[in-house]
Design a protein around this ligand. Structure first.
Ligand code: G3H
Ligand code: 13P
Ligand code: ZN
Length: 333
């Protein structure tokens, strides 16, 4: 058993309380490799933003759980080396799908876990979430739960349809499970294709897809039911069109990829939404930079020569999110 406190990590309790009060949101960035982690920490340290490092089940399988844990521990030290005196870094399990996986992460030094039982019937979601909460809280590890189902085609997190969260269920759910935060469904979804062209309109000037607005009425109703309770938004990548264009220009094929417009995320960040999940945008930045280098320099075979630019572009992206979208800069001096 390793406590997250020994690793210099923090749970989400205080982070979220401050974020709701301050009208900003904490970035939750997924990582699978060293370059992503370096970029996240550099961006957070330079902006003094609290940050949540998210590890999915797929990331654990890809990178090895032991290595990931030491990477997170190393991240705290790296942050200090960059001059961030009191780093506020949370290590979070993203979309945990079983009690055993959540327990393993708690035992392994994670400071926060998500139990995503949103695809189960309501009572089963409550029972499983409560079991995870009861275990995690013994070690001061915070727990995110989910009510409502996101649409999406992400591997491991797949659902054909989007079922908005029912505001009339949230008080009962939060009270009976004891969860610390609640992910809700208001029209976001995972991946780089969040809406079909049929769901969008087209900007006549640019020809770009314009997605439908998020269901802010559902968010408002949830906040009315649970005043001051931490709300989480998954599937919140914006799918920056400059990265999509770069990928397509240098041999990729991402037709009509579309995300959540940043102004809608800005609006959400000012509310009780205090954690915003971003993964796909980082994948797009990484891929765009790598494709560019390899297309322009076909003779290049030193991974540092293409992973380095990928890291730089991701750092720029994370800083942009922190400063211009979430407003979390300067909140962890
Ligand atoms: O919400 C899903 C995250 O983007 C993680 O995706 O399961 O492919 O690692 P993954
Ligand atoms: P995106 O695919 O929109 O980046 O969402 C990531 C996410 O919700 C991770 O849990
Ligand atoms: Zn998610």
């Amino acid at each position: 058993m390793v406590s997250f406190k020994e690793l210099g990590l923090v749970n989400t309790r205080e982070m979220f309380a401050k974020a709701i009060k301050g009208g900003y949101a904490i970035p939750a960035f997924n990582f699978n490799n060293m370059e992503q982690l370096q970029a996240i920490i550099k961006a957070s340290a330079e902006t003094k933003s609290p940050v949540i490092l998210q590890v999915s089940k797929g990331a654990r399988n890809y990178a090895n759980q032991t290595l990931l844990r030491y990477m997170a521990q190393g991240a705290v030290e790296y942050a200090k080396e960059l001059g961030w005196e009191h780093p506020q870094i949370c290590l979070h399990l993203d979309h945990g799908d079983s009690f055993e996986l959540c327990k393993s992460c708690v035992d392994f030094g994670f400071s926060s876990v998500m139990i995503d039982a949103s695809s189960l019937p309501y009572e089963e979601n409550i029972a499983l979430t409560k079991k995870v909460v009861d275990y995690a809280h013994q070690f001061d590890v915070t727990v995110e739960a989910e009510l409502g189902v996101l649409a999406g085609v992400e591997d491991e997190v797949a659902s054909e349809v989007s079922h908005y969260t029912k505001p009339e269920e949230v008080v009962d759910f939060a009270t009976r499970t004891g969860c610390d935060s609640l992910a809700i469904s208001i029209g976001t979804s995972h991946g780089a294709y969040k809406f079909t062209p049929e769901q969008c309109t087209r900007d006549p000037k640019t020809g770009r897809l314009v997605p439908p607005p998020l269901a802010f009425d559902v968010l408002d109703a949830v906040m009315e039911q649970l005043p001051g309770f931490p709300i989480v938004l998954h599937g919140s990548s914006s799918v920056p069109q400059e990265y999509v264009d770069m990928i397509n220009k240098y041999g990729g094929k991402l037709p009509d990829a579309v995300g959540i417009p940043e102004e809608q995320l800005r609006k959400a960040a000012k509310s009780a939404v205090c954690k915003i999940n971003i993964d796909s945008d980082s994948r797009l930045a990484f891929t765009a930079a790598v494709r560019k280098v390899l297309a322009e320099k076909p003779g290049e075979f030193d991974p540092r020569k293409y992973c380095g630019p990928a890291r730089d572009l991701m750092t720029e992206l994370y800083k942009h999110k922190i400063i211009n979208v979430l407003g979390s800069d300067g909140k962890a001096e």
